[in-house]
Write a protein that binds this ligand. Structure first.
Ligand code: ADP
Ligand code: MG
Length: 755
């Protein structure tokens, strides 16, 4: 067994106390430990003789101890260890350490040492306060060079990690390296062991940079290999070719109540062109909130539906699935196919097919609500809500499906999951909208030609990585084709990031907003202006508008605190606005309860909705005109922009208020970007620069290392990695000739999630 695989618990020098901390950091083997990389470096590389010219600079001094003294300050329960030294020119130096009396024991008079720190002049002495130090006889580890600083956990110091690291690096003369040697040479990268040595103990800045580049490349390379392999596998499948029927599409778009934007047209065209091919499409529609992705999805769907093929649309939550069901029912109200909603709590069918006459009738009515005729009955509350909410929907018109896929006039019989599945299997419904539930194993389609995944970001990581796989497994029995796949983002992703992370997908970008939008007015609000904003809220609510109030805390482990904060805010605001009714939404509610809260808000039962960050991103409440965000400095710009996108969806002027107590210039500067810009792409670029890709992708989710994350916007490196990956796969598609690479890739695929 190579030394690097040794378990840390079998290393005698690592006592149980340390072991416990290391294991908490996820470090179990020597190899794990070696990959615990510094998060910054102290530059102690300048070794100098004492001189005024170095005052206030960080330097390293070689000197010999001439006198030591321990001062106790009882009043403050403090000790100061003082060491007097002389450098080679006999210039005097004083070093002082607070509360480290033991230092004196290791530095008896006559000891040669190196000390690193900021040089100051105090009284007549050159002085170093709390400097890093080591004996001159030791190899340079803590002084005299670029010194690594590790993120410290209680119980473990950087100094301890350094000594341990040094020992391990000395014992490992060789480490398996999956990057082929010729490639390393060509790109001027280090071998793994050299890269590790230089990243922990860089000889100089230049070598450190090469080491960092080596690490970034290693992961980027695996990432590109993985996405290219996925792409190759995907493209080797066949799909149903769907002819581009121009008059059909034209007819559809002409009847829309608005004109498509240029970006919508371009994206639709790219998709329709893809659908014509007999290789499956795999395309990402990358667009801002409100850019109009739904219509593009509808145009794509139409191309399949008109060929009597089925289409599935997946939304991350039940609320969004329901909303899509409503929008698509409306968009397709003049067409001849049945639309189903299938989630764990909803089983609905909207039949256009067999209810022509009713549709004609409906066209003369004014209802803005569900244009549906046939609803499910398994969820009583929803049924009653729908039937009362929709004036065109007398109770007697409630219908259910019968198992054969035809429709029975029996409103007592429920649409069960089973009967709905039957209709899907028989082709009785063509457009199936739902949550992830619709591509589970027991759901069989008759001829599924297109899958649309909306807001793919919001599917959990585990779900996301299996979604494509599952789509690929949805082969229809005879023809062995797989559906075309269109994924849509909930938020714009900067182009470089999309290329790096979603390299297996083709990209269409909606970077143009519909013209009729009134830009949302955005203002930073300091604590003193709170009452003014509340007064403004009152005026808006009295004019029948509604308000969102969002409270931060995003980390999952903090669900409880978040919930508590929201509940408290709800209570507080209920006192501020006793005349209004306030809703409360948070992550602890069951999905059904969340939906009731959202629906109540949509039905204007509440004027103010207090919510944690769980508030559904895609939900449409056109009557809400104010978005108020507490502690807004705690969110990323993209996320704030998403919240803001909840308002401004109707005809009224909308407002976004960014509350903050923060007075730091940087965070105000950051928030100001939101005041100035309504462009989601521009904001996500700023986020990328200021906070790194982790902010946009969720670092914990991606599983990438910090170095790789930082380099995700390094387009040059990504391109090189991609070209080299392509090169290798060209001659060795299964990596049979590169076993180390194959092994590394397998591990990488387990740890890291790509689309
Ligand atoms: P998102 O991209 O966030 O999913 P939607 O598809 O929900 O956005 O569209 C937001 C709103 O904009 C919808 O009410 C939709 O009808 C409307 N819309 C879409 N395209 C246009 C357009 N070209 N002109 C005007 N309004 C549009
Ligand atoms: Mg949407």
């Amino acid at each position: 067994m190579p030394f690097s695989d040794t378990l840390l618990k079998n290393i005698p020098k690592i006592t149980p106390k340390y072991l416990k901390i290391l294991e908490k950091l996820g470090l179990f083997t020597v190899q794990d430990f070696l990959f615990y990389l510094p998060f910054r470096y102290d530059d102690f590389s300048q070794t100098v003789a004492l001189s005024n010219e170095y005052l206030n600079s960080v330097v390293t001094i070689s000197a010999v101890v001439t006198k030591t003294k321990l001062n106790r300050i009882f009043r403050r329960r403090m000790t100061i260890a003082e060491v007097y030294l002389k450098d080679e020119n006999q210039t005097a130096l004083k070093a002082a350490w607070f509360n480290q009396p033991f230092i004196l024991e290791s530095m008896p008079i006559g000891t040669q040492v190196r000390l690193s720190g900021k040089l100051e002049l105090k009284g007549k002495y050159f002085t170093l306060t709390n400097p890093a130090w080591e004996r001159a006889s030791r190899e340079k580890t803590n002084t005299g060079q670029l010194v690594p600083v590790y993120s410290e956990t209680p119980g473990i110091t950087s100094k301890w990690i350094r000594w341990q690291m040094k020992t391990f690096l000395e014992k490992n003369s060789h480490l398996e390296d999956y990057v082929p040697e010729d490639l390393r040479k060509k790109l001027h990268l280090y071998s793994l062991i050299s890269a590790l040595r230089q990243i922990h103990f860089p000889e100089n800045q230049e070598k450190l940079l090469i080491a960092q580049k080596t690490f970034a490349f290693r992961e980027m390379f695996l990432m590109q290999l993985k996405t290219l392999q996925m792409k190759n596998i995907w493209e080797a499948q066949s799909a149903i070719s769907l002819p581009f029927d121009e008059s059909l599409i034209k007819n559809f778009t002409e009847k829309l109540p608005f004109k498509l934007t240029g970006a919508q047209k371009k994206a639709s065209f790219e998709i329709l062109k893809d659908l014509e091919k007999s290789a499956p499409m795999n395309r990402l529609l990358n667009g801002d909130v409100g850019a109009g992705k739904t219509v593009v999805a509808a145009i794509s769907a139409l191309s399949a539906l008109s060929q009597n093929q089925q289409v599935a649309i997946l939304a991350p939550t039940e609320v969004l699935a329901l909303q899509h069901f409503q929008s698509f029912s409306k968009l397709f109200e003049n067409y001849d196919f049945n639309i189903a909603l299938l989630t764990s709590s909803y089983k609905l069918i909207n039949s256009c097919h067999s209810e022509r006459s009713i549709f004609e009738e409906r066209k003369n009515t004014q209802s803005k609500n569900l244009p549906t005729v046939i609803h499910m009955l398994s969820d009583k509350s929803l049924t009653s809500r729908l039937s009362t909410a929709d004036p065109c929907l007398p109770a007697g018109r409630l219908r259910t499906t019968s198992p054969a896929g035809g429709f029975a006039q029996d409103d007592k019989k429920k649409i069960t999951r089973i009967s709905l599945l039957e209709s899907i299997k028989s082709g009785g419904v063509s457009l199936i909208i739902g949550t992830h539930a619709i591509i589970q194993k027991d759901v069989a389609f008759r001829n599924l030609a297109l899958v649309v995944i909306d807001e793919q970001h919001r599917f959990g990581v585990a779900q996301r990585s299996v979604l494509q796989q599952e789509t690929m497994e949805l082969k229809d029995g005879e023809k062995k084709t797989i559906p075309h796949l269109l994924t849509m983002t909930a938020t714009p992703i900067p182009r470089t990031l999309a290329i790096a992370f979603f390299g297996s997908l083709d990209l269409s970008i909606l970077d143009e907003m519909p013209k009729n939008r009134k830009p949302i007015k955005t203002r930073i609000v300091l604590p003193a202006q709170r009452d003014q904003v509340y007064a403004f809220m009152r005026r808006e609510i009295d004019a029948d508008r509604q308000v969102f109030v969002i409270l931060p805390f995003v980390e999952e482990s903090k669900v409880l605190t978040e919930v508590k904060a929201a509940a408290e805010e709800h209570k507080k605001l209920s006192l501020v606005f006793p005349e209004y009714s306030l809703g409360l939404l948070h992550g602890r509610l069951k999905s059904k309860e969340k939906e009731t809260v959202m629906q109540d808000f949509k039905d204007r039962k509440n004027q103010i909705l207090v919510s944690t960050s769980v508030v559904e991103v895609g939900i449409d409440i056109p009557n809400a005109t104010i978005m108020l965000i507490e502690n807004s400095d705690r969110f990323g710009l993209s996320q704030l922009h998403q919240f803001r996108g909840r308002v401004g969806r109707g005809e009224h002027q909308s407002y976004c208020f960014l509350f903050t107590d923060s007075t730091t210039q940087t965070s105000l500067e950051r928030l100001r970007a939101l005041e100035k810009s309504n462009d989601g792409f521009a904001l996500s670029e700023i986020d990328l620069k200021l906070r790194g890709p982790g902010q946009l992708l969720g670092k914990a989710q991606s599983g990438l290392s910090d170095i790789a994350m930082e380099n995700l916007n390094n387009l040059k490196l990504i391109k090189i990695a991609r070209a080299e990956a392509q090169n290798i796969l060209k001659t060795d598609s299964k990596l049979k000739k590169h076993p180390l690479l194959a092994k590394a890739l397998e591990k990488f695929a387990k740890d890291v999630h790509l689309e």
